[in-house]
Design a protein around this ligand. Structure first.
Ligand code: 9YT
Length: 133
């Protein structure tokens, strides 16, 4: 059995900070589960375009509010606590966190993230600088 706490990731390679988000990887490929689990803070007022061509990702909001837009059709879906979105079509999308507070998202990736991807920014293309209020 694997037992960890979020605190165990802080300040380690499992905590990845970018201008728009900070991702705390609770479970990675090396843990052997077949998926990775992340506790990710989307910084307030940010807008991030992403497209995970090689992964399926489900994202569950546990703090904050914002919206997600699918690039293909421009459709905008509000996000609040309890909203889950699943990128079952490897959908190109734009994630926005409202000004004033971050969104905290629990993310599951299949196949699991190794922890190296952030270095080549696979699929994550910030559109704007962090404009946190
Ligand atoms: C919600 C989302 O897609 N955030 C981007 C970061 C991602 N969760 C990661 O690489 O940990």
């Amino acid at each position: 059995m694997i037992v960890k706490h979020l605190d165990d990731t802080l300040g380690t390679d499992a905590e990845v900070d970018t201008p728009n988000w900070t991702s705390r990887r609770l479970l990675l490929k090396k843990d052997g589960m077949g998926y990775s689990v992340h506790d990710t803070l989307i910084k307030a007022g940010t807008e991030t375009q992403m497209e995970y061509r090689n992964h399926l990702e489900a994202v569950y909001c546990i703090e904050g509010e914002g919206e997600i837009e699918t690039v293909a059709d421009g459709k905008v879906h509000p996000i609040r606590v309890g909203t889950i979105y699943a990128l079952d079509q490897h959908d190109a999308h734009i994630l926005r966190a409202n000004k004033g507070s971050h969104m905290r998202m629990v993310c599951v990736f299949n196949p699991p993230v190794t922890g190296e991807e952030v270095h080549d920014e696979t699929g994550a293309y910030p559109l704007t600088d962090n404009a946190a209020a």
